[in-house]
Structures are given as C-alpha cells and as structure tokens.
Design a protein around this ligand. Structure first.
Ligand SMILES: [Cu+2]
Length: 282
C-alpha cells in the first residue's frame, strides 16, 4: 500500500508534538501463557515482554468508557512513535503495521505469537472526539524467542469450528456448533481487514426477519438482541482463536469494519452470516 510513505512523512512531522508519555509499569513475564490486559481511560497495562508461542490474552476493563483491544504487529522499520502517529486517527492498517485481532470485550483470544515487536491499541472514539489510541491508549509489547527455563507454551486450543473471513462473508466449517463453551478459529482470507461481531437472534427469528425489520418502519418487536461483543480487526492471513459461551438458538456474525473503497460497513456489502447453535446432545 503506497499510503505508508505519506503516513510516514506525516508521522515524522507530528511525533514530537503529540507523542504521549508511555506508562511506566514493567512486568516482564517469562512464564505466562495467560495474559491479562488492563484497560483504563486511556491506557493499557500489560507485560512488556512475552515469550513466543501460544498465548491467551484477556482484557479486564476498568475504564468508565468501554474499551476494546487490537494487537498490532510492527515491522522493524516502524517505531512505536510512528505507529502512534499513523494509527491515532484509525483507518486501515498500512503496510508495516499488521492487525492481528483482539476482543471487543473480556473474552479470551489466543494467538500463536511469533517473535517480534507488537503494540496493543484501542480505536474506540471518545465522547469528546478522537480515538482512545490518540489519548495514549496503546502499549508496546516485545515477543522474544524461548530460552532454557521458560515454561512450555503448550498446544493450540482445541477448535470446535473454523470461521474463514473474506471480502465479503464468513464461511463456517466443522461440525455443527452446539451450545456451551466453544473455541472458534478465525482466519482472514480476504484482502481487507475483518472482524466478527456476535449478535443473538430473538427466539425463532432469522436473518431474513432482521432484513425485513431493517427495511421496514422498524416498529414491533426487534428480531435480534443488541450486539454481544466479538473480535477486533485482523489483517489478511492472520489467525486467532476465540473462546465464547454459546446458547442454543440463532446468531449473526457481522463485520462492521469500514470498507477501504467506500467506507461503508462490510455488513452492508453482505458480510453477515446466520448461525444456528444446536442444543447439547449426541
Ligand atoms: Cu469485514
């Protein structure tokens, strides 16, 4: 993407003026494969260093504003200051900054982390304007190679189903989903960034009912519940493991990421998918 050069030039001009102080909490973790990311208004607290391998990350949101988190992988050529300058306005990640995903809520997301430089960020928009990232809600993370004495990272989680995201849609593969705690492998096979927002359908309702309700005067009972969290954007080729408690009934998967061409949400390009979760049983 050629925009990276323009961004980089802009970054060089704005870093000195706008780079906020970095939180000083340091907690080098050599043995943890379960990481808590604390979110506040507007900062993240997290280990500075993790060991490469399978790692589960879960946010504890202590802010008044709701927060989400996205893990970004930074190319060696991109400094943290450049990351801040480029990403504070949101927008798609340019070359050199790769979205790995994360969570909209406190659900756990597991990655097979490769050695390298990363940053956490929250791109929610504050009531007063500006992204949370622009107010300092980002944090550097180094993932280093394992050394003798490090705890084994362990295997990847057992997967109940795989969700492949494309421009524009979700393909669910695996046996039918059943109620209970399930781990979905989400991989992005599309050229754009995508995520998965979970929305429960009202009992007996279908995606067709939602479409009719939206197209109509929107009176009468809503055929769906409010969105119930989800993952955050993943760049092309990235994979994460998302653990979620599902109840029997209908759900929608939705992508609310803005399209790179027309800025309309991907759900308006057809990136929505109806899933029926079966009761537990044989
Ligand atoms: Cu999308």
């Amino acid at each position: 993407m050629s925009t990276v050069h323009a961004y980089a030039a802009l970054a060089a001009l704005t870093i000195a003026a706008s780079f906020p102080p970095v939180a000083s909490t340091s907690d080098v973790r050599r043995d943890s494969t379960d990481v808590t990311l604390v979110a506040r208004d507007y900062a993240f607290e997290a280990p500075d260093t993790l060991v490469a391998g399978v790692t589960s990350i879960r946010m504890r949101d202590e802010g008044r504003d709701p927060h989400h988190w996205i893990l970004f992988r930074l190319a060696d050529s991109v400094s943290l200051a450049e990351f801040y300058a480029i990403m504070q306005k949101g927008g798609p990640s340019p070359e050199g900054i790769r979205s790995m995903g994360g969570a909209q809520d406190g659900r756990a997301v597991t990655f097979d982390l490769a050695e390298g430089r990363y940053a956490f960020g929250c791109l929610h928009i504050a009531a007063t304007g500006g992204s949370h990232l622009s107010k300092g809600m980002f944090r550097a993370l180094t993932v280093r190679s394992p050394r003798p004495g490090d705890r084994d990272a362990g295997p990847l989680p057992e997967v109940d189903a795989t969700v492949t995201m494309r421009d524009y849609g979700y393909v669910l593969s695996g046996p039918p989903l059943r109620a209970g705690r399930r781990t979905l492998r989400l991989l992005n096979a599309g050229p754009q960034e995508h995520h998965l927002i979970l929305q429960r359908l009202a009992p007996g309702a279908t995606l067709a009912d939602v479409d009719r309700w939206r197209a109509g005067d929107r009176t009468g009972p809503r055929p769906m519940m409010p969105p119930d969290g989800g993952t955050t954007r993943q760049g092309p080729g990235s994979t994460l493991y998302w653990t979620v408690d599902l109840e029997a009934g209908g759900y929608l998967f939705l992508c609310l990421v803005a399209d790179v061409k027309d800025r309309r949400q991907h759900t308006l390009h057809g990136m929505r998918h109806e899933v029926k979760v079966l009761t537990v049983g044989p």
